[in-house]
Design a protein around this ligand. Structure first.
Ligand code: PHE
Length: 464
């Protein structure tokens, strides 16, 4: 047990939290959500959500972690004790850990698809394929449990191999290589898209022309959910990384960097992907198939250049996913290690094995269990787990953290921790945490429970 361990370098908290934040959420989900939610309107609302909710919540999680220097459960226990608040708030961290356990179990399956695509771009098998053929390739992958089990297993193994080596030796060192590589690869693809496709203006127009009539309540709700997911908030991941933070590092400044970098990467992913999609006369509104069918077909149609782009792009997706998946394992491993004093190596591999096995529920939902209806919900296991995490546990986690830090936790803790903020901005931060964040998240939460139609109707009645 080493609860005073800190990152070797000052910049590592930013690096690690950014690594956690940048992932499938930026490269896969953000672009297709832009496509599905009306382009520029979604981008604008997303930016507002990041600034108004994402940034203050990021600061809050960081405060709790940095103050306590321990795992997320103990971090809440320690701050609650000093604040004379109920120890029941620890439930927030427990819930966060349950959420990332489930998210990781299917995140790894999807990252496994990227491994499969990288492999098949390398062998040249995808090159030259038409849309229908790529679609069939994707469907065949989804229909094949054995193939996916292998890639899902490999991805979980890579994650475990990094985490088992510890915070400094594993996380810090691997991110020192992965993160620069990630930026360079993405910039290379953006560079290509900008110079070679001739569709940059169209993309710019598509992503940044603000058509306010397209801003519906559902767009706002989707954008907020996406901001939470993309910034890794509400699940005690940032809190856990903040526990390794050095005393002299500013929370405000770090949070600003992390939120900005994550947002820039999401926008860059759009600028990398859409020009290639447009140049190949395809639609941006393809939903989750945007990467695995639309973009991949574009690569397949582009000969050798497409092959190189395909390998680069899916390798990039793997690195981004890996820098996120390790952040989903660390909270549990850190807690278990500190609580029971067991070996980090054994804890990590056992935990990852359990996550892998649980992931089979989702994996099989893409094939043999596709039509299984769990407990009459009308959803197969994957759809249900996805719904429970992104629509219930995530907003609930965010809500609890904002209520805890805004109301239950002693204000003097945040005041000490946010030493670099002046009085005005501190008050602004506190007001946002106390009132704005809970109300907005509460709305998201309600909408996910009531469903899109009812919620839109209610909001429209209120507006009228
Ligand atoms: N933020 C990551 C992404 O955008 C996903 C993630 C969620 C990571 C929750 C950690 C915790 O892909």
């Amino acid at each position: 047990m080493n609860d005073k361990l800190v990152w070797a370098k000052k910049s590592t908290f930013i690096l690690a939290a950014t690594g956690s934040a940048i992932g499938l959420g930026n490269l896969w989900k953000f672009p297709y959500m832009v496509g599905e939610n009306g382009g520029g309107a979604f981008v604008l609302v997303y930016l507002v959500c990041v600034l108004l909710i994402g940034l203050p919540v990021m600061m809050s999680e960081t405060i709790v972690g940095k103050y306590s220097h321990g795992n997320a459960i103990d971090a809440i226990a320690k701050t609650a004790k000093r604040s004379n608040a109920s120890q029941l708030w620890k439930g927030t961290a427990v819930m966060g850990m349950v959420a990332i356990f489930v998210i990781l179990s299917f995140y790894s399956v999807i990252a496994g698809w990227a491994l499969d695509y990288t492999y098949h771009f390398v062998t040249g098998e995808l090159t030259g394929k038409s849309v229908d053929e790529v679609k069939r390739f994707f469907d065949t992958l989804l229909a094949d449990p054995k193939r996916q089990i292998l890639w899902h297993g490999l991805f979980m193994f890579l994650t475990a191999a990094i985490i088992a080596r510890g915070a400094q030796e594993g996380i810090e060192k691997s991110l020192g290589i992965m993160m620069p590589l990630l930026f360079v690869l993405l910039l290379a693809i953006v560079g290509y898209s900008m110079l070679a496709t001739g569709r940059f203006n169209e993309t710019f127009e598509y992503m940044f022309s603000m058509d306010f009539s397209k801003v519906t309540p559902m767009v706002v709700i989707n954008a907020m959910g996406q901001a939470f997911f993309s910034l890794s908030l509400g699940m005690c991941v940032i809190m856990t990384y903040a526990a390794y933070m050095r005393k002299d590092v500013s929370i405000t400044e770090s949070s600003l960097y992390i939120t900005a970098l994550d947002t820039v990467m999401a926008l860059l992913a759009g600028l990398a992907i859409f020009p290639i999609v447009f140049a190949n006369d395809m639609s941006a509104g393809a939903g989750p198939g945007l990467l695995f069918v639309t973009l991949s077909t574009a690569f397949a149609q582009m000969g050798t250049v497409g092959m190189i782009l395909g390998i680069t792009f899916f390798f990039l997706v793997i690195i981004a996913a890996l820098s996120s998946s390790i952040s989903m394992v660390e909270p549990f491993v850190k807690w278990f290690e500190e609580r029971f004093g067991l070996s980090r190596f054994a804890t990590t591999f056992t935990y990852c094995l359990v996550v892998w096995a649980f992931g089979l529920l989702s994996l099989l939902s893409f094939n043999i269990w596709a039509d299984v209806d769990v407990l009459g919900t009308g959803k197969n296991p994957f759809d249900l787990l996805d719904f429970i995490t992104s629509s219930i546990l995530l907003p609930l986690g965010g809500l609890l953290i904002s209520l805890y830090v805004g109301w239950a936790m002693d204000k003097t803790i945040s005041r000490e921790q946010l030493f670099s903020l002046n009085g005005f901005f501190f008050t602004l931060w506190l007001v946002i945490m106390r009132f704005i964040v809970p109300v907005l998240i509460g709305l998201v939460f309600l909408s996910s429970i009531l469903g899109e139609e009812k919620m839109t109707a209610i909001i429209n009645t209120i507006i009228d």
